[in-house]
Design a binder for this molecule. Sequence first.
Ligand code: NAD
Ligand code: LMR
Length: 341
Amino acid sequence: MSFFARQMFGQVQRRAFSATARQPSKVAILGAAGGIGQPLSLLMKLNPRVSQLALYDIKLGPGVAADISHINTNSTVKGYDPTPSGLKECLKGSEIILIPAGVPRKPGMTRDDLFNTNATIVRDLAKAAAQAAPEAKLLIISNPVNSTVPICAEVYKNAGVYNPKTLFGVTTLDVVRASRFVSEVKGTDPANENITVVGGHSGITIVPLISQSGHSDITGEKLDALVNRIQFGGDEVVKAKDGAGSATLSMAMAGARFAESLLKASQGEKGVVECTFVDSPLYKDQGVEFFASKVELGPDGVQKIHEVGKLSKQEEQMLEACLGDLKKNIQKGIDFVKANP
Ligand code: NAD
Ligand code: LMR
């Protein structure tokens, strides 16, 4: 075994050992056999905070589970049949439900072009979750996130179990990209960059706040190019994959990071903060019901929603443009469930 492999497996085993003292945490992944689902399942299997991993997909859930279950960490892994009872069993007792189920973009498409297919998929999975595990934290990855999160809220409201503190649109990939892209401009270590990204998860609704990052020396065309790359980073991957889908590996890392933050918070760690798209009071007076900003996470989910803070003139303009689009995307999700309950 190489030095690197020894280090890695040793670390996994040590982390797995220390996990035995923690409270049990069941994590369910719906869409577990997909481009995101498989590496996300792998990363959650390596996470010592997870005690049970429940994998569901309309195809190959048990196969992916059998494969991952051989990894020598403490958690148990089970795959479920694509039936209503399989889905219900998968969800029952979950603390966290991650949903990356749905179709990805092809070149030339916007995330909104996925609405017609993914709205129904997410609605139906949310219905099952509202029934089987209404108290679980629900993490939505499926696009268009600006609309699929409101869809879930409406489904939970219809079921009489809506808790705004436990519903999250996963926008972590925007933060991950922002940190990486800033580090490329500045020649810094991306691990030390933590860029706040607010708004939503699509094009101009993605608003990176570079002015708050300590890099006010990035200005002019350099700043414009950086902001544009963060807003349209998803398109960069869609184009490079040339019809074979969108970001999967970086998204799996981002989803695993966000789930890990929620687990840390629920297992007692204080001061855990992530940017995420939640039911937010910040711009409700302008008709925008959901908004991504820095959110402090606690044992019950959302603990404190941070204000966006001081913005540059350019960021104020970006935020205004974001709010206009976001409002429409959110309304589209709400209207969908009203018309198709
Ligand atoms: P994929 O096609 O590779 O995988 C999707 C999986 O969902 C497939 O295995 C499919 O069988 C499964 N699925 C479909 N309908 C289902 C259902 N009703 N129940 C359970 N499983 C079902 O796609 P992908 O690349 O993994 O992307 C998934 C979604 O994530 C897309 O909508 C994509 O746009 C989105 N995405 C979001 C972000 C983000 O930042 N939030 C990033 C990347 C991708
Ligand atoms: C991303 O940001 O990579 C995802 O939302 C997938 C996409 O369609 O771009």
